[in-house]
Design a protein around this ligand. Structure first.
Ligand SMILES: C[S@@+](CC[C@H](N)C(=O)[O-])C[C@H]1O[C@@H](n2cnc3c(N)ncnc32)[C@H](O)[C@@H]1O
Length: 286
C-alpha cells in the first residue's frame, strides 16, 4: 500500500506546494483533492474511479462498476466506497462497488510464481466479515469464496449499462491473479469501458519480476488475447502536482481493442483543434 509513504514524500516538497495542498484540502473540490492525493487513504482508487466515471460519461453512460480483488480486513474496500461517493457527487456517475475475498486469507502458494518467499496460506484472513458488511452499509457487495469460483458468475452479472471501469488487483499470488483476470475474458466487449483503469498492488517489491506474480499474469494475458491488452498508464504523472508517487508505477490500463467505441470513428462533423483539446480534457483522455 502506497498511502503513508507517499504522504511522507509529499512533505519533501517546496513550501509553496505544501501551502497549495493545504488550501486545496480546506477549500478544493473533489477533483482537486484527488489530484493532490487528499480525497481518500487510497489515492489510486480515487484516481481510477474518476477515470472510470469520465470515460463512462464519454460513452454516454451514468453507471459504472469497480472491483477490488482481495479485500482482507476491508480498509481498501471502505476507501473505494468513500471515493465512489465523491465521484458520484462530482460527476453524477453511480459506481457499483464489488469486493472479492476467500475470507480465510491466501490460498496455498503453488510454485515460485506465487512468491512463496513472501506469502503463505492463510495470510491476511478477513476474520470478521459480518462486521465489514455492516460497515459497508450496502454501499458495496462482498463476494466471499475463491475467485476461481466466483469471478465467472460476477462477469455474467456485468452489463453494458454499468460496465467494468476500475479494478484493484490485490490478491498477491500469481495463481489468484490469473483467476481474477478472467473477469476480462467476456465475449461481449461492451460490458467493459473501452479502457479500464487497473491498479496492481504487488509489482514493486524487490523480488517482483515478469516471470512471477501479477506481472507474469498480465504478460500471459497479453500474449493470450489479441484484442485485450494491458499497458502502463501513459497519462501518469502527466501534470499532476506530485510527480513521484509510488502508486503511479502500479497503474495499468486494460485496452479493450474490440470495444465498439474503438472499432470505428464517431459519425460527426470535423473537429477543430481547440474543441479536440477541450474534449480530451473533459473526459480525462489525456
Ligand atoms: C493483501 S490482502 C488485500 C488487502 C486489501 N486490498 C486492502 O487494501 O486492505 C490480499 C487478500 O487477497 C485474498 N485472496 C488471495 N487469493 C484469493 C483467491 N483466490 N480468492 C479470493 N481471495 C483471495 C486473501 O484472502 C487476502 O485477504
Amino acid at each position: 500500500m502506497a498511502g503513508w509513504l507517499d504522504r511522507i514524500r509529499m512533505l519533501n516538497s517546496p513550501l509553496h506546494m505544501l501551502a497549495l495542498a493545504a488550501a486545496v484540502k480546506w477549500f478544493g473540490g473533489a477533483r482537486a483533492r484527488e489530484r493532490f492525493g487528499l480525497l481518500t487513504v487510497r489515492p489510486m482508487y480515487a484516481y481510477g474511479l474518476f477515470r472510470a466515471a469520465d470515460l463512462a460519461r464519454w460513452c454516454g453512460l451514468r453507471r459504472v462498476t469497480a472491483v477490488e480483488f482481495g479485500v482482507a480486513t476491508g480498509a481498501g474496500l471502505l476507501a473505494m466506497v468513500e471515493a465512489a461517493g465523491h465521484v458520484r457527487r462530482d460527476t453524477g456517475v453511480e459506481v457499483r462497488v464489488v469486493g472479492f475475498d476467500t475470507a480465510a486469507g491466501l490460498p496455498p502458494p503453488t510454485d515460485h510464481r506465487d512468491h512463496p518467499e513472501l506469502w503463505s496460506e492463510g495470510d491476511f484472513a478477513m476474520v470478521h466479515h459480518d462486521e465489514l458488511r455492516a460497515r459497508l452499509a450496502g454501499r458495496a457487495e462482498l463476494v466471499i469464496g475463491d475467485i476461481a469460483d466466483t469471478v465467472g458468475p460476477f462477469r455474467e452479472s456485468l452489463a453494458p449499462e454499468a460496465p467494468l471501469g476500475f479494478v484493484s488487483m490485490d490478491v498477491d499470488l500469481y495463481s489468484s491473479t490469473v483467476a481474477a483476470l478472467r473477469v476480462f475474458e467476456a465475449a461481449d466487449p461492451s460490458i467493459y469501458l473501452p479502457a479500464v483503469s487497473v491498479y496492481l498492488d504487488d509489482v514493486a517489491m524487490f523480488t517482483a519480476n515478469r516471470w512471477c506474480g501479477e506481472l507474469a499474469a498480465i504478460e500471459e494475458f497479453n500474449t493470450a488475447h489479441e484484442l485485450r491488452k494491458f499497458d502502463v498508464d501513459r497519462t501518469l504523472p502527466g501534470r499532476r502536482p506530485w510527480p513521484h508517487l509510488n502508486w503511479y508505477a502500479r497503474m495499468r490500463v486494460l485496452h479493450v481493442l474490440d470495444h465498439p467505441r474503438r472499432r470505428r470513428p464517431e459519425a460527426r462533423r470535423g473537429l477543430a483543434l481547440d474543441e479536440d483539446q477541450r474534449r480530451l480534457r473533459e473526459y480525462g483522455l489525456m
